[in-house]
Design a protein around this ligand. Structure first.
Ligand code: PLP
Length: 430
C-alpha cells in the first residue's frame, strides 16, 4: 500500500484548497478519529476541534447514538424516493420537527443534501414564486458583501466574497451585493441596502439573502437593529427575505436559529450543517405559510426541482436523533452560556495582549481580530500573514480554528462543538 500522503497527492482533489500546495507540502493532517470536542490524527496527535470541523459538528464527535440511528435506518430502509407522490416516515417526521422548531409561520420544508443546494433551491423557489404571482420581472437577488452562501451556481453568485467568483466567473446574472453591515452603524448599512435596491429597481428584486451572522466572512455580527430595519424595507418594497441559517441554525448562536437573536422572521430559511452535526449530508429550505399557500394554489404541474437525495431517509433519521440529543442535553442553552464564557476569555486576552483588536461572540460563534495597533485598529501588513501564522501556532499547540484574511483582515474564527464545557473553553483561550 502506497503511503497515504502520496495517494492523497495523486488522487484526491481537496475541496477549497490550494492544489499546488497539496503537491508540494502534502496533506498536513490525516484525521483518524473523533471523540467529544477532540480529533486524533493518524500519528496519535490530539486536537481540540475549535471549529466543529466546518462549523457543523454541533453535538461533538463520536456520538454512538447517531451511528446507531443511521445503522437502524440503513437496515430498515436505507433509501427510497421522495419524488412525486412517494414519501417515507423519517423525512415526514423531520419536516414536522423542523417546522416545530422554526420561527412562527415557517412550516414547510424542501430537503437538499447541503448548504449550497439549499441556497440554490431558495433562489429558484423565490423566482418561481414571483413568476406564478404574475411578476416574472422580479428576478434579482441582493446579497451582502462578505456573505458566504456556498459554491453551486446560484450560491456562488450570491456569495459576496469575490475570491469565490475567480474560478469560473459569475455563475448567474441578476445578482447584486449591498455593503456588509459589519463595522458600520445601522443607519449607514441600511442606506447601502436602500441605495442598492433603488439602483437595481425595487420592482425587479425577488429577494434579499443574508446570514444572521456572517460566518466565513469572519464571524461578522451586524449592528443590533440592522435585520429589523432590513425586514421592514423588504416589506415596504415587497422583497422576500431569505435567512441563510446554514451555520447559525441549530443552536450555534445560542438560539435555535440565528434570526431569533434579531427578532426577525424571514420568508425562507436555509439550513444544513448542524441539522445532522455533519454526521451525514443533509440540508433544506423552510418556507413561510404564505409562500407555501401560493405554491399550493398556483404552482401548476410538476415543479422540476428535486435532488435524488432530497429527504434521504437515513440522513433524516440521523437528523431526528441529532435534534433529540440537542434538546435532551440543553445544547442551545450551553451554546449561550459557553459563548459568554468564551467572550470573557477573549476580553481578558484583549486586555493582556496589544495585538488583539475586536473580540466578539454570539453563542459559540466567535472571533478575535489581530491588529498592529488596537487604538487605531491598524492592520498588520498583509505580507506578515498574521492570522495564518497564529492559526499555525495554534495548530502546533493542538487547537484547530480558522483564519479569515480576505480584504486584508486578520480574523481568527472559533466555533467549537456546543457540548464544550468551561474548563475546555479555558484551555482554548489559554
Ligand atoms: N451557507 C453558509 C452560511 C455556509 O457557511 C456554507 C458553508 O460553509 C454554505 C452555505 C454552503 O454549504 P455547503 O458547503 O454544505 O454546500
Amino acid at each position: 500500500m502506497e503511503n497515504l500522503i502520496e495517494l492523497d497527492k495523486k488522487h484526491f482533489i481537496h475541496p477549497t484548497s490550494s492544489i499546488q500546495q497539496q503537491q508540494t507540502d502534502g496533506a498536513k493532517v490525516i484525521m483518524e478519529k473523533g471523540e467529544g470536542i477532540y480529533l486524533t490524527d493518524n500519528y496519535g496527535s490530539v486536537y481540540i476541534d475549535a471549529m466543529s470541523s466546518l462549523w457543523n459538528v454541533n453535538v461533538g464527535h463520536g456520538r454512538k447514538e447517531l451511528a446507531d440511528a443511521a445503522a437502524e435506518q440503513l437496515k430498515k430502509l436505507a433509501f427510497s424516493s421522495a419524488f412525486s407522490t412517494f414519501s417515507h416516515e423519517p423525512a415526514i417526521k423531520l419536516a414536522a420537527k423542523i417546522a416545530s422548531l422554526a420561527p412562527n409561520g415557517l412550516n414547510a420544508v424542501f430537503f437538499t443534501s447541503g448548504g449550497s443546494e439549499s441556497n440554490d433551491s431558495a433562489v429558484k423557489l423565490v423566482r418561481h414564486y414571483w413568476k406564478i404571482q404574475g411578476k416574472p420581472e422580479r428576478r434579482k437577488i441582493v446579497g451582502l458583501k462578505r456573505g458566504y452562501h456556498g459554491v453551486a451556481a446560484a450560491s456562488t453568485s450570491v456569495t459576496g466574497i469575490p475570491e469565490f467568483w475567480g474560478m469560473a466567473g459569475h455563475m448567474m446574472t441578476e445578482i447584486t451585493h449591498a455593503d456588509t453591515p459589519y463595522g458600520s452603524n445601522t443607519e449607514r448599512a441600511i442606506a447601502s441596502f436602500r441605495h442598492t435596491i433603488e439602483v437595481e429597481g425595487t420592482e425587479t428584486i425577488a429577494a434579499f439573502i443574508a446570514e444572521p451572522v456572517q460566518g466565513a466572512g469572519g464571524v461578522l455580527i451586524p449592528p443590533e437593529d440592522y435585520m429589523k430595519e432590513i425586514r421592514s424595507l423588504c416589506d415596504e418594497y415587497g422583497i422576500l427575505f431569505i435567512a441563510d441559517e446554514v451555520i447559525t441554525g441549530f443552536g450555534r448562536t445560542g438560539k435555535m436559529f440565528g434570526m431569533e437573536n434579531w427578532g426577525v422572521i424571514p420568508d425562507m430559511m436555509t439550513f444544513a450543517k448542524g441539522v445532522t452535526s455533519g454526521y451525514i449530508p443533509l440540508g433544506g429550505v423552510v418556507v413561510s405559510d404564505h409562500i407555501h399557500e401560493v405554491l399550493k394554489e398556483k404552482s401548476a404541474g410538476t415543479l422540476f426541482h428535486g435532488f435524488t437525495y432530497s429527504g434521504h431517509p437515513t440522513a433524516a433519521a440521523v437528523a431526528l436523533k441529532n435534534i433529540e440529543i440537542m434538546e435532551q442535553e440543553g445544547l442551545v442553552e450551553n451554546s449561550r452560556k459557553m459563548g459568554s464564557a468564551l467572550l470573557k476569555g477573549f476580553q481578558n486576552m484583549k486586555n493582556e495582549l496589544d495585538i488583539v483588536g475586536d473580540v466578539r461572540t454570539m453563542g459559540l460563534l466567535g472571533a478575535v481580530e489581530l491588529v498592529q495597533d488596537p487604538e487605531t485598529n491598524k492592520r498588520f501588513p498583509k505580507e506578515l500573514k498574521a492570522a495564518s501564522n497564529v492559526i499555525e501556532a495554534l495548530h502546533e499547540r493542538g487547537v484547530i480554528c480558522r483564519a479569515v484574511t480576505y480584504e486584508n483582515t486578520d480574523i481568527i474564527c472559533f466555533a467549537p462543538p456546543l457540548i464544550i464545557n468551561q474548563s475546555q473553553v479555558n484551555t482554548v483561550v489559554e
